[in-house]
Design a protein around this ligand. Structure first.
Ligand code: KG4
Ligand code: ZN
Length: 345
């Protein structure tokens, strides 16, 4: 059983964690940049990289020093999410991890961030999903389905052809004049609304498709609020509707219902096609209360991460690294930062 230090810097969280034996999280430090990016209503890559540079050493220090000192001798390996992500952001975590591995003489383990989102259901839960499982990673940057036959045997079976579902949440929140990130705000508003108030589209693509599309749904919400523009006209020429509290909640609930219907239906299709024995849902949107409630009746065991491990964190990478460690699979010190996932069609 190894004690692994994990590092995360793929997007806008600078994080470090220490995980024992792949599941027991000793430390989980996350420095969020949400406040820095909120005024732009999205992540600005250049600003994110600079914030990672400022954050990485304090975050690493805190992971080792808070709550009693953990010395370097008790760390068996250094794990880092080295793909996919923003290149400038990734470089900070990868450079820190390689420097530590080289200077301390510890093995280095490069982790795919979406792979780690799937593994996050193992952290602090004491429950391992029965395999094969269909995995859904739904976040601000990703919406994709995988078949997980083993923790190191993962195949991509479907992905979004445009927006990620979390991105749709963030954009809808912006359309409604709410804050950033939009997911938690829309989720909360939706609790008080009527999900059948407005019939927003459910884009399912071809009959057999396991891919997703959320940009049409986002546009439907935009047109609902600002009206459908005539030919040659910009939607910006239409002033937004002034919505009462309850109308706003109805838009949020109806949008959320459309997202959940699509995610549930695609999970059903995939589970049937691949004879899955369980479902894994990870990524920021897996924190969504409506989604958790809807999947409670799925008919197969559905595994969600604990709330702390839904959004980006380093514990999921440090946890997954245990599987590589146990099988003696290490990365070399020329590990690269790579913008795309290892799991591709
Ligand atoms: O996993 P994550 O931290 O970053 C990426 O890898 O993209 O996910 C962040 C995304 C954001 O789009 C945020 O709006 C969404 O997850 N999110 C939620 C909820 N909490 C976070 N979406 C829906 N409902 C939530 N409760
Ligand atoms: Zn993520």
């Amino acid at each position: 059983m190894a004690t692994i230090l994990g590092i995360e810097s793929t997007c806008d969280e600078t994080a470090a964690a220490i995980v024992v034996g792949g599941t027991r999280v000793l430390r989980n430090v996350v420095a969020s940049q949400v406040e820095i990016h909120a005024r732009y209503r999205g992540v600005v890559p250049e600003i994110a990289s600079r914030a990672h540079i400022q954050g990485i050493l304090p975050v690493l220090r805190e992971s080792l020093q808070s709550d009693g000192l953990i010395d370097w001798d008790s760390i068996d390996a250094i794990a880092v999410a080295h793909r996919p992500g923003l290149i400038g952001s990734l470089l900070i975590g990868v450079t820190a991890a390689k420097t530590l591995a080289w200077s301390l003489g510890k093995p280095l383990i490069g982790i795919d961030h979406v792979h780690a989102h799937l593994y996050s259901v193992m952290l602090d839960t004491g429950e391992a999903p029965e395999l094969p499982a269909v995995g859904l990673v739904c976040s601000g940057g990703h919406t994709a389905l995988y078949i997980v036959r083993d923790w190191l045997d993962v195949t991509l079976i479907g992905s979004t052809i445009d927006d990620a579902v979390g991105e749709a949440y963030d954009k809808v929140a912006a359309i409604l004049g709410l804050g950033y990130p939009g997911g938690p705000i829309v989720d909360k508003l939706a609790q008080g609304g009527d999900p059948s108030a407005i019939r927003f589209p459910r884009t399912l693509l071809d009959r057999d498709s396991l891919d997703f599309s959320f940009s049409g749904l986002k546009t439907a919400v935009l047109y609902h609020i600002r009206g459908v523009p005539r030919r040659g006209e910009s939607v910006k020429e239409h002033p937004p509707l002034t919505l009462s509290e309850s109308e706003l909640a109805n838009v949020a609930a109806s949008f959320q219902a459309a997202c959940i219907d699509v995610l549930r239906l695609k999970l059903q299709r995939a589970a049937e096609r691949f004879n899955a024995r369980s479902i894994i849902v990870g990524g920021g949107v897996s924190a969504n209360r409506g989604l958790r409630e809807a999947l409670a009746q799925f008919g197969l065991p559905v595994h969600f991460p604990k709330f702390a491990y839904c959004t980006d964190n380093a514990a999921m990478s440090a946890g997954l690294a245990q599987v590589y460690f146990a099988r003696g699979q290490f990365s070399s010190l020329d590990l690269d930062a790579i913008t795309f996932s290892a799991f591709r069609a």
